[in-house]
Design a protein around this ligand. Structure first.
Ligand SMILES: [Cu+2]
Length: 280
């Protein structure tokens, strides 16, 4: 019996260790047994997580308080224990309390909520602009300051390299420097898509004929995964978003190489491009 108990204990410990190890290793993507949000990499996401936790505590306290009141009523005022009910109809003090306290609670929610909303919507001065165009069914990223654009397609399961997450990895990642404000413009080429990266706390529709904007400032290097978050057709689930956040030096190196690799050839006649695509 004791052996069995020890076995269960050691198994539990190893599972917990494995889980905590996985939680430390992987950010920017969902983890097995994950609870709550993915870890934040931007100040906006840190605030969203704080606000979520604050509301969770608040709502738990309110739910418990109401539960306690219900239990008191059920136990104390049922027909058996309280056969002659009181005929009280008004109590000014308690009526003032149950009006004022909820108002205070709502104000305590509204203040951080609006602060966060303005923080998200107030665009700081951008260090870099990237335009993400949602297409059926992949994303194209263009760097207007450096005049290049490239497509980013999901890596098929059979082509996955070790460490690449299934259904999330792409061939060409969007690369940005760490600790820089990135201005993200989104639009759709065909139908409405939505550009969302959980660790950055951003989710914004990409609508044909219109440019939407958001921003993020990633404070930690790493690879962050997101997905199209607007039902956009049969391959909606297969147009992931990958943002690789690198240091300034690596970014400059990537930029130099990307400028050559993805340069938009303005002299190339459009008819050739169409013919070339048809041949593929
Ligand atoms: Cu989409």
């Amino acid at each position: 019996m004791q052996v069995l108990r020890r076995l269960i204990a050691s198994m539990t410990i190893s599972v917990l260790l494995a889980a905590s190890g996985a939680a430390r290793a992987a950010t920017g993507q969902p983890e097995p047994w994950q609870l709550g949000f993915q870890k934040g990499a931007t100040p906006v996401m840190d605030d969203i997580i704080w606000f979520h936790d604050f509301l969770l505590w608040l709502i738990t306290a309110i739910a418990l308080f109401v539960l306690v009141l219900l239990v008191i009523v059920v136990v104390k005022f049922n027909a058996r224990s309280n056969p002659v009910p009181s005929r009280t109809t008004h109590n000014t003090t308690i009526e003032v309390i149950w009006t004022v306290v909820p108002v205070l609670i709502l104000v305590s929610i509204a203040v951080p909520s609006f602060r966060l909303l303005f923080y998200q919507l107030n665009m700081p001065n951008a260090d870099l602009t990237v335009k993400a165009t949602g297409k059926q069914w992949f994303w194209s990223y263009s760097y207007p300051d450096s005049k290049f654009e490239f497509d980013s397609l999901m890596v098929q399961e059979k082509d996955l390299k070790p460490g690449q997450p299934r259904l999330l990895a792409v061939d060409n990642e969007m690369v940005v420097p760490v600790n820089k404000v990135v201005h993200v413009l989104t639009t759709g080429a065909d139908v409405i898509h939505s550009f969302a990266v959980p660790s950055f706390g951003i989710k914004i529709d990409a609508i044909p004929g219109r440019i939407n904007e958001t921003w993020f400032k990633a404070e930690r290097e790493g690879t962050y995964y997101g997905q199209c978050s607007e039902l956009c057709g049969k391959d909606h689930a297969f147009m992931p978003i990958v943002v690789r956040v690198v240091n300034e030096k690596d970014y400059t190196a990537w930029l130099d190489q990307a400028k050559k690799k993805y340069a938009i050839d303005e002299n190339r006649p459009a008819t050739v491009a169409v013919a070339g695509e048809a041949n593929q």
